[in-house]
Ligand binder design. Sequence first.
Ligand code: HGA
Length: 605
Amino acid sequence: MCGIVGAVAQNNVIPILIEGLKRLEYRGYDSCGIAVHLDRKLQRSRSTSRVADLEKQLATSGLTGFTGIAHTRWATHGAPVTHNAHPHFSRDRIALVHNGIIENHDDLRAELQALGYVFESQTDTEVIAHLVDHMYTGDLFETVQQAIKRLTGAYAIAVFSADEPHRVVAARQGSPLIVGLGDGQNFVASDAMAIAGTTDQIIYLEEGDVVDLQLQRVWIVDVNGRSVEREVKTVQAYSSAVELGPYQHYMQKEIFEQPRAIADTLEGVVNIMPELFGDKAFSVFQQIDSVLILACGTSYYAGLTAKYWLESVAKIPANVEIASEYRYRDSVPNPNTLVVTITQSGETADTLAAVKHARSLGMLHTLTICNAATSAMVRECALAYITRAGVEVGVASTKAFTTQLVGLFLLTLAIAQSKNRLSEEQEQAHLKALRHLPAALQSVLALEPHIVAWAEAFARKENALFLGRGMHYPIALEGALKLKEITYIHAEAYAAGELKHGPLALVTEEMPVVTIAPNDTLIEKLKSNMQEVRARGGQLYVFADADSHISPSEGVHVIRLPENYGLLSPILHVVPLQLLAYHTALARGTDVDKPRNLAKSVTVE
Ligand code: HGA
């Protein structure tokens, strides 16, 4: 959340910064801004609209500069108004952008106010700008190293001084930051995508690193102030992956990319084997006696689904915890647990902190299911499975979720195999089912026209319930989350058996009740729950399997999925729910890819 990009170049940096912001807009989009160094003065332009608006402002003002920093914001402290937008200035000498939260900002603010600093914003960020100014020695690199010692919390910052042309200093502690190396020009950014196209030579900064960016050199010191060499990686350009193509929105594109994303995620899986997760996976999987899954949001629902698989197929006890809860509660550590994190970006602050917490408790077997091979999470965990969803731009996750489920199903099979709980025949049957997924998904996507018809009815509603049982209960949760996120309709999901314990009181003829009805062992129980809804006048919208024997009738609307997918059914059943949310959002005219108040990768607590 919040995107940072900074550049030191021999030409005008504005086009590079604007392009970088456009690519980082997924991280936050409630306001944005750019500051450049011009004739030993700071100049800036800020907007409470989107980057495209900032670009227009800059075209009109004709602002240029060879050194600059830029920011796209997801507000944590202070409303999304112009005076809170970054970059923040101190005494027209220091310009600074920040991603993260400074926890001791109140104390620092009081101290700096006592020294005469006047604050123009309500942000925690502005204290860093004034602190740097207050401690400024004439050498920005040295000053920032000292100033950050006063900060408590998480940050990535980029800063420059009016007194030092062609120099940007940046630092990270708890928020991601990369350096891009160019020819006579250097960059810093929240992720490599921001500068893909300008350079593919990337350094991933480590926690506590401070970097001095000049035209011809990049100098990094570590948390102890020691000069360090960090590995330079060549990263593939992402630019084509973010083209919208024939689609109206990224979310729509990403929903329809799922057959490809799953096929790519399965590429290279010739056989089930623990080594898919890393060289040491076999001995780890043999040693463990339980699994603890840590995740947030949609990834948490992927984890909840995996619990059903792990316990029924691998016969291993599995717990799933919300990362932000786990990290702060007292729990009983078990060193023989495999700690599994799930994160699309690999930068989710709560999940990173949770796995570090687990490690500090002596749980050293860590594994991540992650979509970003070079992310902090992949570096943090001993074992990994990298999903190949490709860049996910839409804030509401779709292809990342289904590919996570594929990774988690493979993990289930690999653990089962390591513990001799999987016969050769079962393994082959599961592999066959996995390989059928892309084709099966295509047939589910073909249901779109039927779902569009339902979406029109949903668009007029302000509430909805989602029901599922067993491993489709997490899918109901995910369906409700998708609807909330992008349509702003209040939606809740329940395990269908829970209906009678409270939520049934909400059911009237006004209440649409989306029901996930695969033909599994719970189908008859689910049918009874559906009757309970109908008896109160509720409108049922049922996604049934081909062989569920549920027919449309008064108040019962049915869309039939073409097959029964067995254990992999959650991966198929979530897709119509994604389409329902998407088309309802379209009908309501909301900003599908950038829903209000949200951002894509959540790098703040
Ligand atoms: N705390 C700062 C930056 C917020 C942020 O990093 N969001 O992801 C602010 O509120 O401006």
